[in-house]
Design a protein around this ligand. Sequence first.
Ligand code: BG6
Length: 488
Amino acid sequence: HDKLDSFPPGFLWGAASAAYQIEGGWNTDGKGASIWDEFTKIPGKTYQGTNGDVAVDHYHRYQEDVRLMAEMGLKTYRFSVAWSRIFPDGSGKVNEKGLQFYEDLIDALLANQIEPVLTLYHWDIPKSLQDSYQGWESRQAIEDFSQYCQVLFHRFKDKVTYWVTFNEQNVFTAMGYRWQSHPPNVADVKRMFQANHVINLANATAIKEFRSIVPNGKIGPSFGYGPIYSYDCQPNNVLAALNGEEFQNHWWLDVYVHGKYPKVTFRHLERLGIAPTIEPSDMELLQSVKPDFLGVNYYHGGTVRVNDFNTSSTTNVSTIDKSFEATDPYLMQPKDEQAQNPEKTMFTSVANPYLEKTKWGWEIDPVGLRIALRRLQNRYDLPMLITENGLGALDEKTNQGTIEDDYRINYLQSHIHEIQQAITDGVDVIGYCAWSFTDLLSWLNGYKKRYGFVYIDRDDQSEKQLARIPKKSFYWYKKVIESNGKIL
Ligand code: BG6
């Protein structure tokens, strides 16, 4: 394009966070434990045993944090509510002090003309619900989640317009029920798909309630989206990329927006005996709601090709059916093993030779964000709010006490530029929340992997004074916001 369209007036320039990663005060003012309060204490699960007991103490310092947001000129701030502050036992009695904390935070934001974006679930189901009925594996969680949401809907319906239901359902189900790297620390793909189905129902139920309680509000899930690329134009690899896009992305998004599971993946999981059990009224419920917007968390995509054993005549999922006549080693494996590795016959992930990576191995791919927005607009046709995007880095303080994070500025600048390209293409993007406002706890990587515009002076060993220091990127983003994206 010769000339790019401007960002629309009222574009929501923002930053994001999540309760467990910033609040601390893990048992303060009546808060109950969540599954993360327990999981981080299991030896070996997190980097050097770091946890969110104190985090960056936002629970006690939210006023200072909001002052910094106001100084930066932030238009929107995305945060999550810790369910176990509202219901210490997950259900039953409401903890007024927990509600009051979020009300004070919301009021402080509104007093500074900062639009709150409230995430209902950022991975922290109350521990008591996990203990009593295995959390998301039980349909009782749908009812309890709905009660919790209704309390928040009623309390904040006149103050909060934008609501996010689930943060990265794809990530927390895979990490929690397959890879054992998140709570509830399970490695069973069948259980993963079943819990995931229950969460879909909880999502739909919450949106349904929302419509009657907050008729003028906007609600949607935040999905961790990464576009899947084919390694090259070999048709089998292109087919693998089609499989990858469906298995990794449409599996969730088609349910959120169209109320259906994608057919090819569903059939594949059925053959393996790991498809979720669907009860008669489930699909009706899923089809009865639609989000107002899609929350998009974008860090990177993925590149795939067909698995070697699959190249001859057999490039797609139907190879599974023929396992009795197969001679290759993978297909000779017991069905159980296939069921724990369902994508193996669909695609395999490879590195993208064109992209550089962060220190933690995440590909840096700004154009991928434009591709993501284009694909999502094309398939789902909803307004999009970018609810996360950012760079994790090892920021160091200079001798003068400043943080010169030019690499972060470059990262954000190049991604915002691609959003502007997408807007010029015709994509409907309503806002951008960088991850994150202050530095915070990286779930598995401790405090040294930093994302914030505001440096928090603490490390993995010591909380120190938890001083807040705006980084160079803070002043850069302030200008971006002031100019509505004209100065990048
Ligand atoms: C997203 C999550 O997956 O990525 C955030 O929604 C998380 O909560 C962010 O912090 C970055 O991940 P990490 O592992 O680098 O902290």
